[in-house]
Design a protein around this ligand. Structure first.
Ligand code: G3I
Length: 391
């Protein structure tokens, strides 16, 4: 690396010989310093430097560039805005829907590349009686997804709903044994096929306290961490998520009041504490069941996504549907939420809670989804795809 003499100004009180020696020492020190820096040494909050071997790295020679300071080209940071979007588009499905040619044709036509089991993988559906596992529905969804090169989100291993009655009669010790067995049986069966699990769903109450569920009562507060560890032991390759509603922003009403921030703040603290304990959490599922401008406007949801992203977590919008808005406002709302996901840099997928308006927990008349009752794309579909940067 050439250095220009312009980088050094010897003082006149040195003898010539002394000046030459001093110059040599300083030049050597400078070379070592620059070479070390250029080799990617971390310097505080300096942007990550490309390594010298990186072709994108260019150290302009001051002599060649008219004496300017040496320029280091920082490594590219953040997603490439010109790259095609890699944000997945998903839908929650029921097994029997995959027998309907119109349904599966729509999945293909509208380029859905992720499936979530709406109900088939819930505790009560899979283990209705202790030790008796019913795999049929879950297998159907997984087999269809694998055959069609689609990602699967497993929903959900631990939840306060759809818990069969026999669990309530268990002692604490038995409940721990049963839950570990349930998690390990289910996750092991789909190891390498289910990419992402909602390990724990809706563990927080509206005020940010832990929801008083049968699992909390029987296993204590540690049940959340334990569930993630059991799932990770069963499939270390699976991305393990915490899934929740009402935590998408700290301004759930979207009115600037920020009056309902407790749950989002509690979720953030819960995630930070679990990560600090080394619990293998990969991401947070923000359900984003949207009604009017609940659970917040795009800017506030973006802030929450980034706050969670700063913990190293990824985000998925896991249960999107939009009600209580006019048709035009629904289109804009889907666009707003799609832009929020894309702009966050940490949101990797958007799943609607259902494929079409003919099957939605919201009621068909609410028309909350991307396709109408005849599987035709509504303007919201194009608005979302454009916002996500998907072709
Ligand atoms: O499978 C039985 C069927 O055999 C029986 O005849 C019928 C009548 O009782 O019930 C059927 O089970 C129903 C199941 O949906 C499948 O249709 C349950 O009763 C019913 O409670 C269940 O509702 C689901 C709900 O979660 C509770 O699990 C909804 O479809 C589903 O959309 C909803 O999804 C939840 C997410 O999992 C978590 N986030 C909120 C979201 C909306 O509530």
């Amino acid at each position: 690396m050439k250095k220009s003499a312009r980088l050094y100004r010897p003082h006149n009180h040195f003898s010539v010989a002394g000046g030459l020696v001093a110059f040599g020492l300083v030049a050597t020190a400078l070379y070592v310093l620059i070479a070390t820096y250029a080799a990617g040494a971390s310097y505080g909050s300096e942007p990550e430097l490309a390594t010298l071997s990186d072709p994108s790295m260019s150290i302009s020679d001051p002599a060649a560039s008219g004496g300017k300071a040496i320029q280091f080209k920082a490594a590219a940071t953040g997603p490439d805005p010109t790259a095609p979007s890699t944000i997945l588009l998903g839908a929650a499905v029921e097994p029997n829907q995959l027998d309907d040619p119109a349904f599966t044709a729509a999945l293909t036509q509208y380029k859905f590349d992720s499936l979530t089991a709406e109900n088939a993988m819930k505790f009560g559906q899979i283990e209705p009686n202790r030790g008796q596992f019913n795999w049929e529905g879950a297998d159907k969804i997984v087999n269809y997804a694998v055959a069609n090169n689609m990602r699967v989100r497993g929903h959900t291993l631990v939840w306060h709903r759809d818990v069969p009655g026999w669990v309530n009669d268990l002692s604490s010790a038995e409940a721990a044994t049963v839950l570990e067995n349930h998690i390990k049986q289910v996750v092991t069966r789909y190891k390498g096929k289910i990419a992402q699990w909602d390990v724990v769903n809706e563990a927080l109450d509206e005020d940010g306290s832990l929801r008083d569920t049968v699992w909390l009562q029987k296993l204590g507060e540690g049940y959340i961490a334990q569930a993630f560890r059991w799932a990770n032991e069963a499939d270390p390759t699976a991305e393990l998520y915490y899934n929740e509603y009402g935590t998408e922003s700290t301004d759930l009403d979207g009115d600037g009041s920020y009056s309902r921030a407790a749950k989002a703040n509690a979720q953030y603290e819960l995630m930070r504490n679990l990560l600090n304990e080394g619990v293998p959490i990969k991401g947070v599922g923000l359900q984003t069941h949207s009604a009017g401008y609940y659970p917040g406007r795009g800017a506030d949801i973006l802030t929450e996504m980034k706050r969670l992203g700063d913990l190293g977590l990824e985000i998925e919008i896991t249960e999107l549907d939009v009600i209580n808005l006019g048709d035009a406002e629904k289109v804009e709302r889907y666009a707003e939420l799609g832009r929020t996901c894309k702009d966050s840099g940490v949101c990797t997928g958007v799943t609607t809670w259902g494929l079409y308006d003919g099957h939605t927990w919201r009621g068909t008349e609410a028309a909350p989804l991307l396709l109408d009752t005849n599987f035709n794309a509504k303007p919201s579909y194009d608005a979302l795809m454009t916002a996500l940067g998907r072709p």
